[in-house]
Design a protein around this ligand. Structure first.
Ligand code: ATP
Ligand code: MG
Length: 286
């Protein structure tokens, strides 16, 4: 279980006049992720997702607050905690001059894996994502989709119990995205606790058992996608009004359809997490 209490991160930045200013990237955040969950952190650009993940994996020091892994404080047990976590960073960070195999090997060494175990695990993981044939290729020769796949299996080298995936499918075509979703589902089934950040609504809805919606460093709401939509009304009617697109939410489909029937051009559909975000923050996701 990951318990996050009052977590805050301030950065010192320069404002447009060159004066120092404080930017609060994560603002007094409280959250619990249970073992085995596939948990989504959803929010627009700049919401604070990557900063939060950075603190959860011990790459960024919190300004305030604490993080407990199964009751152990990360600040005091960083080495123990780092052994059980895997990180798939938002920005691809392979050593560009090394081959596929060498990059995996490097990671295994960093985690003090014995040679035989390293070799077997690399074989197994490359095979798993269809990269066995590319083992001796330079990283530069891989497509974006293949790099993303390799980034995920690299994080799995040391069999982490908790995996952080920061925007794992950014800029990928729908087909590759779906393959990565399948991979994430398999890991979830195997019992790995997964924290996934995304600004793709459909990714969070397709994968996550529970999501937290973030905006401007704060937690807007937490819950299962179904419950968050249900709280708003599971069915939406939308139409062009005088002040742009208008939305109304209803508990049942008939109500939504009856409402839409008397409004020109109105359509009805299921409520989604984007509606939840817009209703709670008063602004669009993107
Ligand atoms: N090292 C830093 N120094 C100064 N400001 C930072 C730093 N890192 C992040 N920020 C600021 O903190 C805020 C949150 O950034 P963060 O990268 O955590 O957001 P994000 O939700 O991951 O966004 P994205 O969807 O674009 O990846 C942004 O306003 C960003 O500019
Ligand atoms: Mg980010």
């Amino acid at each position: 279980m990951i318990e996050i209490n009052g977590l805050t991160k301030n950065f010192t930045v320069k404002d447009k006049n060159g004066h120092k200013a404080v930017k609060t990237a994560v603002d007094n955040l409280n959250l619990t992720v249970n073992n085995g969950e596939l948990f989504g952190l959803l929010g627009p650009n700049g919401a604070g997702k990557t900063t939060l993940v950075g603190m959860l994996v011990g790459l960024l020091r919190p300004t305030a607050g604490k993080i407990l892994y199964n009751g152990q404080n990360l600040a005091q047990h960083e080495r123990d905690v780092k052994k059980i976590i895997g990180i798939v960073p938002q920005h691809i960070n392979f050593d560009q001059d090394l081959t596929v195999w060498e990059n995996m090997e490097l990671h295994g060494r960093l985690h003090h894996m014995p040679e035989k175990q390293r070799r077997e695990r690399i074989e197994e993981l490359l095979d798993y994502v269809g990269l066995s044939e590319r083992r001796n290729d330079n990283i530069k020769a891989l497509s974006g989709g293949l790099k993303r796949r390799l980034l995920i299996v690299r994080a799995l080298m040391h069999k982490p119990q908790v995996l952080f995936l920061d925007e794992p499918t950014v800029a990928l075509d729908p087909q590759v995205r779906r393959r990565i979703w399948d991979l994430i589902r398999v890991l979830h089934k195997d019992g790995v606790t997964i924290v996934l950040t995304t600004h793709y609504i459909e990714e969070a809805e397709a994968l996550c058992g529970r999501v937290a919606i973030m905006d401007s460093g704060r937690l807007v709401t937490t819950g299962t996608p179904e419950a968050l939509c249900r709280n708003l009304g599971s069915y939406a009617a939308e139409w062009d009004g005088e002040n742009g697109r208008q939305y109304r939410f209803f508990a049942d489909m008939d109500e939504a359809q009856n409402f839409a029937a008397v409004r020109n051009g109105a359509l009805t559909r299921r409520t989604n997490l984007e509606d939840v975000f817009i209703e709670l923050t008063g602004k669009a996701m993107k």
